[in-house]
Ligand binder design. Structure first.
Ligand SMILES: Cc1ncc(COP(=O)(O)O)c(C=O)c1O
Length: 349
């Protein structure tokens, strides 16, 4: 099946520049000279998590048959395009309102054609990811865990080395204030071919807060550049990855989340998708379900970078189609001030 994505619903150019960003700006604050004892065996680094996913897809591909991957129906193109690039057939599995997946439906989709399964821990929450992973493994599928939204959970996987998980990825820049960074856990994979960025790239990235990309996306793809597949992450990103104080960052994100969730409990604009945190959750953003799709524009006009996954593989049906318009992601990152959090509450209304 060839995948087509829907057009974006909004163009960022139509909004004033955001004053409150979705991710923290680059800063070494909170990192230390001392390296933390992280489980770094079997990990490789990339410029973004999408290239870590592509590396896993290529390495875990089976040469004797057509490879088919089950991907979640609610996604962003950066999660899907690595598998298009790697030449997989793609089948989507549906999500329920809390972004978990019904186990009976999932089990029916684990047909003999399916060789691989990707399980996402959305927004730093686990939904029923652990059950899906076990079920896919029991059906003899290779499981790739997508921890793009949860670097903390990624490190837990690296430490626990669960047999059910063939590979895990995370997006460093979504948690730390880095200008790039994707990381892959894949036992047996040799990432030594990765090319370190030159110093000009390093400097430009730090100045812009984002790693510059000079090649165009590949034909038929929106956000995937094959030329970046072998690019290693910036040195500054590696520094942050190895030397950040994860306990402090997690606490701050949880505190910010709990503050917003409490303040938005009675919001007339919509509802907090997950009103409470469990002790394991380190939120990437606060998913908020709008009653009225136009509220997205209203919040963006107040210069708050709310995100929304607007570009879905077509046809987007069920929860994916609904959330494409109504589910927005509010910032909760560790660098937000109390004043900024109050502005978010006010803007949401
Ligand atoms: C669930 C998920 N997986 C993978 C990715 C890819 O991450 P990156 O932007 O680091 O390539 C993203 C974000 O774009 C994502 O939201």
């Amino acid at each position: 099946m060839s995948v087509q994505f829907s057009a974006p619903l909004m163009d960022a150019k139509h909004f004033p520049p955001s004053l409150i960003k979705a991710q923290p700006a680059f800063s070494l604050a909170g990192s230390s000279l001392r390296r933390h004892p992280l489980p770094v065996n079997d990990i490789s680094t990339f410029s973004r998590a999408r290239y870590a996913l592509a590396a896993a897809a290529l390495y875990l591909k089976q040469s004797t048959q057509q490879n088919t991957v089950l991907l979640p129906a609610y996604h962003c193109p950066a999660l899907v395009e690595p598998f298009i690039y790697a030449g997989y057939n793609i089948v989507f599995y549906p999500q329920l309102a809390d972004l978990s997946t019904d186990l009976a439906t999932f089990s029916h989709l684990l047909t003999s054609q399916v060789t691989h399964v990707v399980v996402v821990r959305y927004f730093g929450f686990s939904q029923n990811a652990d059950d899906l992973i076990q079920q896919a493994f029991a059906a003899n599928k290779r499981v790739i865990e997508d921890n793009a939204h949860s670097l903390v959970h990624f490190w837990q996987t690296c430490a626990a080395t669960p047999t059910a998980i063939s590979a895990s990825v995370s997006s460093v820049a979504k948690t730390l204030g880095s200008a790039d960074g994707g990381v892959l856990y894949l036992p047996g994979y040799n990432g030594s071919a990765q090319v370190a960025p030159d110093f000009i790239t390093e400097l430009k990235a730090l100045r812009a807060g984002n790693r510059p990309v000079n090649s165009a996306a590949d034909a038929g793809l929106r956000y995937f550049r094959a030329a970046m597949q072998t690019a290693d992450c910036l040195r500054a990103s590696r520094w942050l990855m190895l030397r950040s104080n994860y306990a402090a960052i997690s606490k701050q994100r949880r505190d910010n989340y709990q503050y917003l969730a409490e303040q938005l409990k009675h919001s007339s604009a919509g509802r907090v998708l997950y009103p409470a945190l469990t002790q394991h959750d380190v939120p990437y953003v606060l998913p908020f379900l709008l009653h009225d799709v136009n509220s997205f524009t209203r919040i963006r006009l107040q210069q708050i970078q709310v995100l929304r996954w607007e570009e879905l593989a077509t046809p987007a049906t069920g929860i994916a189609g609904d959330y494409q318009q109504h589910l927005v992601q509010l910032p909760v990152h560790q660098a937000l001030s109390k004043l900024q959090l109050r502005s978010i509450v006010k803007a949401v209304g």
